[in-house]
Write a protein that binds this ligand. Structure first.
Ligand code: AMP
Ligand code: MG
Length: 488
């Protein structure tokens, strides 16, 4: 074809490292080429930069063809990965990329290896009863949320493009389909290790651990025990970041846990609107296993499942010692993040802990908006702190005024902490109602405008973005407590 972008020269060079592992790890196959005349809905220049891809390529039809799987990725060796996992606490056996495909891996200018993965690109040998498809609704949610997390500085997979397949996908009702391109340093999950361990293939557990160490954590070469300690630490840091940001993942099965400590597999997630520690955002989670306040303990449970999967590689007492570090790493990281949110620098440990706990209790009682409560403290320019901030606490506003007085007395010696606080307390998070605005515009009007605008707010969530304050607002009552279906 003339006059089309040659991705081979527009993106970083491919280096398909996972495809060099033995065939036990994947099925090599091309994507199914789903849909008819796929149409680009949105592409993300920030993510493109990670793989050295020139945004000029977005307008070329070849871009859309490649990232729906209608044309091969130049130099790619497409494959579906196999993994297993524990789902809702029970061993689920073999899972794997049922609707995802690793198109290629590329080495960027910074020397980092990145996965380029399609999601919704058709069936694979691991599809089980699924159709290999993804719906537009959840693809937009994943697209926005992965970039929102990156904007917040939280480790995550990224999203390059979202493409409409022009076909209906059957869930509870027929819905428009989509393919999303995900980028990540790696999509390897705890469940990959569980897969080989529980199938008795201990040599492959070792091979995979060494693959991860060589490719992504070379400082742990020849030291599996220290490497596992690092996985524990990264996971504890990730969960602390989720808790401080008010993010509920919704489906923390071990197959959704990244070995690199990334937020992975966005499904029925939610950011807290009203502070509700027991929030269950997943419609299918009857027992609340994955409630917001359960996440720190569940991550530990998942790390134990990983430890078991590594028990042929690392002595049990070493694994147990590493697991035992989780709680203190989580606690100290969470505490540091919450102190930063409140601008506390001088260490007055016991009193500060009490003040933070009292605020959270009050927020819980008043169902105060999580994001606005912290942002309000860091941004007094948006109204008098003493008069407008306590209004977030409705019937508890008198208690809020009292807390505020004590907080201000505590902070007197700290100087002006507002700029530093505004840099860690976002104004914009991906509230469900905001995602819904983007979804409705794309699905009902074919208009990617709101999606584009919301993406930009979320990519720099600490900036004020004058004129777009409406997107920082809590949900109208009819939207409140939106619970998201697992079907996607
Ligand atoms: P998830 O709940 O999205 O993390 O997926 C759990 C498992 O089900 C993974 O192995 C997915 O690949 C697979 N899966 C989810 N949805 C589909 C689908 N529509 N078609 C095929 N496999 C799917
Ligand atoms: Mg998953």
């Amino acid at each position: 074809m003339d006059n089309v972008v040659d991705l081979g020269s527009f993106a970083a060079a491919t280096e398909n490292a996972f495809a060099l592992l033995p065939g036990d790890f994947y099925t090599k196959m091309p994507p199914e080429a789903v849909g008819v005349k796929p149409r680009l809905v949105h592409a993300n220049a920030k993510a493109a930069a990670l793989i050295g891809l020139d945004p000029k390529s977005f307008n070329d039809p070849v871009f859309t063809e490649i990232f729906t799987g209608h044309r091969p990725y130049p130099g790619g060796e497409p494959l579906a990965m196999v993994y297993s996992g524990h789902q809702f606490g029970a061993w689920a056996g073999q899972l794997g990329d049922g609707r995802a495909l690793l198109l290629a891996q590329v080495r960027n200018a910074a020397g980092e290896l990145w996965d380029v993965q399609l999601k919704g690109s058709g069936k694979t040998p691991y599809s089980r009863f699924g159709d290999g498809r993804a719906v537009m609704r959840s693809s937009i949610r994943e697209y926005l949320c992965s970039e929102a997390m990156a904007g917040l500085g939280i480790s995550t997979t990224r999203a390059l493009a979202i493409i409409a397949t022009n076909e209906q996908v059957h869930r509870e009702t027929p819905e428009p389909g989509a393919v999303i391109t995900r980028l990540a340093r790696s999509h390897i999950r705890f469940g990959h290790f569980e897969h080989f361990h529980h199938n008795g293939k201990h040599d492959l557990v070792r091979l995979l651990a060494d693959h991860v160490i060589t490719g992504y954590m070379p400082e742990y070469k020849d030291d599996h025990a220290a490497w596992f300690g690092e996985v524990v630490s990264r996971t504890a840091h990730l969960i602390a970041a989720w808790q401080a940001a008010g993010f509920a993942h919704g489906v923390m099965n071990t197959d959704n846990m990244s070995i690199l400590g990334l937020t992975l597999d966005y499904g029925p997630f939610g950011f807290l609107d009203a502070y509700e520690p027991g929030l269950i955002c997943n419609h299918s989670d009857d027992t609340g296993r994955y409630a917001f306040d359960m996440q720190p303990a569940i991550a530990h449970w998942n790390l134990r499942a990983l430890a078991l999967a590594l028990s042929s590689l690392i002595p049990t007492d070493t694994l147990i010692k590493a697991l035992d570090t989780y709680e203190s790493i989580f606690r100290s990281r969470y505490r540091a993040l919450m102190r930063a949110k409140l601008g506390m620098v001088e260490d007055r440990t016991r009193d500060d802990d009490k003040l933070i706990a009292e605020l959270l209790t009050l927020m819980d009682r008043a169902r105060a908006d999580y994001t606005l409560t912290f942002r309000g403290l860091s941004d007094p320019g948006e109204g008098s702190l003493m008069t407008s901030w306590p209004l977030l606490f409705a019937a508890e506003h008198v208690a809020a005024v009292n807390w505020l007085a004590r907080y201000r007395a505590r902070m007197e010696s700290e100087g002006d902490r507002c700029p530093a606080m505004a840099a860690v307390n976002p104004k914009y998070v991906l509230r469900n109602w905001v995602a819904e605005v983007a979804i409705r515009a794309v699905e009902d009007q074919g208009d990617p405008g709101p999606l584009d605008r919301i993406l930009r707010l979320l990519q720099s969530p600490y900036d004020p973005h004058p004129g777009f304050e409406a997107f920082a607002a809590p949900p109208a009552p009819e939207f409140g407590g939106l619970c998201v279906s697992c079907s996607s």
